[in-house]
Structure formats: C-alpha cells, structure tokens
Design a protein around this ligand. Sequence first.
Ligand code: ADP
Length: 499
Amino acid sequence: SKMTYKTMNFKPATHEIKFTKLFINGEFVDSISGNTFETINPATEEVLTSVAEGRKEDVDLAVKAAREAFDKGPWPRMSGEARRKIMLKFSDLIDENADELASLEVIDGGRLFGQVRYIEIPASVETFRYFAGAADKIRGATLKMSSNIQAYTLREPIGVVGHIIAWNVPTYMFATKVAPALAVGCTMIVKPAEQTPLSSLFLAHLSKLAGVPGGVINVVNGFGNTAGAAVSSHMDIDAVTFTGSIEIGRSIMQASAASNLKPVFLELGGKSPFIVFDDADVDKAVELAVVGNLMNKGEMCIAGSRVFVQEGIHDVFVKKLELAVKGWAKGDPFDLATRHGPQNNKQQYTKVLSCIENGRKEGATLVTGGRPFGNKGYYIEPTVFTNVTDDMSIAKEEIFGPVISVLQFKTVEEVIKRANATRYGLASGVMTKNIDIANTVSRSIRAGAVWINCYIALDRDAPHGGYKMSGFGREQGPEALEHYLQLKIVATPIYDSPW
Ligand code: ADP
C-alpha cells in the first residue's frame, strides 16, 4: 500500500456529473418532496451540483423495491455462479470507468486523483472480484445429532440490508459493504454520506449496466438524521452496517433496538498506537508514521495517530519526521506528485483546527504545521506535535485530520499499558526487529489489527474491524459474509439408519 505512483501530467477527460438523483428500483428518480441539496468541492468551496434529497418517504420506496427484489426477484434465487458472473461484470465496469469515478471522488471529497485511481479503486474492484468468487461457495454443514435425527444447516441471505456510509473513502466503503451482501443474495439500500454522494450514484449506474436487477442496489442520498435515521429505524430492513463516529453508531443501535432489533455492524474509527522501538529501522518508521497519518489528509479510521517512540531513538525520529512532513507535497489534487489535499468538509476543517488549538493550549510542542493555508479550500498544514502526554485531548480524541502526535516511552510493559488506555481498538503498528517484543506486543494490544514493520496492511482476505468502542463486525475476508447470512437448521428423523 505504499504510494509509489509516478508523476505524469495527467488531466482527467471529464468532470461531468451525470447522476444526481436517487437510484430506486433500477431507475434514477427525483425525491418525493422534490428537495435537493448542494454538494461542495472542498478544494474550491464552490458548489458542484445539487443532488436529490431523500427522506423517510424515499427510504420507504427504496425498501419496498428492495423487499420486492428479495421476496420475488431473481437475485437471491439465481445460482451463485450467475451472481458471480454479474458481479465480475460490475467489477470490470468499475475498472474501465476508474478515471471518471476517481475524478468524482476528487471534486466531491477533496481526494487525490492518484491515490483514488491507483490504490482505492483497484482495491475496490478486487473486493468485488473477491466476493464474486464467494458467491458460489456459500455452504452449510451436516450435523452430528445425538438422536436418530439427521440435520444440516442452510445459509440463507439475511434479506434487505441498509448500508450507511461515511465520506472519507466512499468508493472503497461501497465495495466493502455492497460486495459481500450482493454475493450471498441480499438486496440493499445504500445511504451515502451527504458530503460525498456522487461516487455511489455513479456506481449504482454501473451496477445497472452490469445487469444487477432493479431493486437489488438502491441509493438514497440524504442527511443522517432524516434518510440515515429512516434506514436504521426501518421495520422492514433486516440488517444495518455503518461506518462513522461513536455517537452516531450509538444512535443507530438505539434505533435498531427501538424498531425491529435488526443486527447492526459498526466501524467507528480509532486512536491507534504506532509503536517505534529503539531497534527499529528509523527511516522506515518515519515513512510509515507519515503515510499512516497523512495519507488521505489524515481522514482515515485506521490512522496511527498516537506515535509512541522509545526514548533512545526519540530525538532522531522527531528530526527525520519533521523533514518528511515538511516534504509532504501540497498542490493540484489531479497532479500525481501531490500528497496533500483539502479536508473533506467545512465542519471537519473547523474540528481539526480546534483539535490543533487544544494541543497547543494543553502544552504539546508544535514542531511543524498547525495552520490553515491557501486562500480557498479547506486546507490545513500537515502538523506534528511532540511532548504529547496521554491525558491531552490530541492523544485521546480521534482528530481525523493531518495531525501526528509523538509520545515518548521507556519500556515494553509501559507502552503496552499506555497503548491500550483508550476506548478505541481498531488498529496498531509495531516497529521492531526483536521477534519477542513483536510477539508480546501483538498478543497484548486490544485492537482488530497489529501491523508489524508495516502499516495499513488492508487486504481483501484480511478481516478488518474493531475491538472495544471501535465497533464490531468485520469487513473483508470470508468473515464479512457472516453478517449477511442467516443460519437455519433443517432436521428430520431417520428411522432405518444403519449407523
Ligand atoms: P462524521 O461525524 O464523521 O461526519 P457521521 O458518523 O456523522 O460521520 O456520519 C456517517 C454517516 O452516518 C453519514 O452517512 C451520515 O449521514 C450518517 N448519519 C448521521 N447521523 C445519523 C443518524 N442519526 N442516523 C443514521 N445515520 C446517520
């Protein structure tokens, strides 16, 4: 996942925005109210376009279409092989339209073209292919019963799924949530984040071209407390997946509890430790601390935002880190040499700046960055704080921005304790050549991922998800399929068994 794409003078052919309505039952339609809302380019603060604003009544329509497609339509009933074929076609279409899709992510989300086009979209395409391959491999088990009853399990699709998506990596999130649900035969409603609706709509269009039947994937743009809440509280949605903040995750569970007790799967971010021991390759550690915090302008749930550095290597690490961060290239998001873009939206921009202000006030040392820059767009300088202590807000709260906090430590036991002293538990990094330290730390960290001498080792085959308040459920890997499958036991007596 190293960013190694080459610099070239690429200009995308088109920024044309073709899809701005809701996608329900295989058609692009206006919202029932006729309302729309604007979506903004965070690099210019200009309005890109207006998109249809779905609310409860539109979610109702989408659920009706998805229910019909589940109860009577071909999707859950066709062979796994037939679903796989359509999903592979969908994957190919995403691949073929990667330039256009990446351009939409750039203008809608302040993303970097190179990162989306050459890392995120290929990963999303491969996610669809991976789960396409699972579509014909869903099986149950034969049970060894204690009586003369023979029994087996059936894995059935759970039904209509609601996917509530965040704004930081929308295409990848669409893939990780939609692909496994599609593979097992579910139908679904996607509620993209209001800040970034355009990629989901384009993907919906491609799904139709690929032959995904109407009603199987529906996309309802809208706000969280209207469209999102209508999904989580719906009586006819059978499961909800969500990626976002702890607060909203909590309200989604509450909405489920208050409605039909649908299972929910939550990915709620983190405050992941990135631990650098004295014996680590310091240049590699610096590079990974930078990528693990500044990639996607720090808008990553897996950011290694608490960089613990052992005292013997601390000062040299900080010197090199400062240099690396100062060299993190700002510029045109379409230029493949650019590494740093604007924050996704104004609210987030304001939040990150206030986190930085708090870091200053609480006494951390600002090594570089810390200010907004440019005369338009939500740009914040890549920022490094040192002398950060565990009680400071920058060491406790998820910033979701380009801010690196360096904390110093002495011993293995100490750093394990401090690394675990958080309500989060999404990921972690360990830099050391000592196998015993690496083993001890990996077994001790309460988090869904431990990356040793690497960082952001996400993969199709690697289940990703949280411990503690980072949520529950796993995306990617065969484990992801479990959320979309029901388990049924079929039992019947055998009266004349010879065994
Ligand atoms: P952030 O705080 O990072 O913007 P959120 O957790 O607020 O992220 O939002 C992530 C997704 O959840 C978005 O699609 C948003 O519209 C949706 N959302 C926000 N509030 C609610 C809610 N009360 N119920 C359901 N979905 C919501």
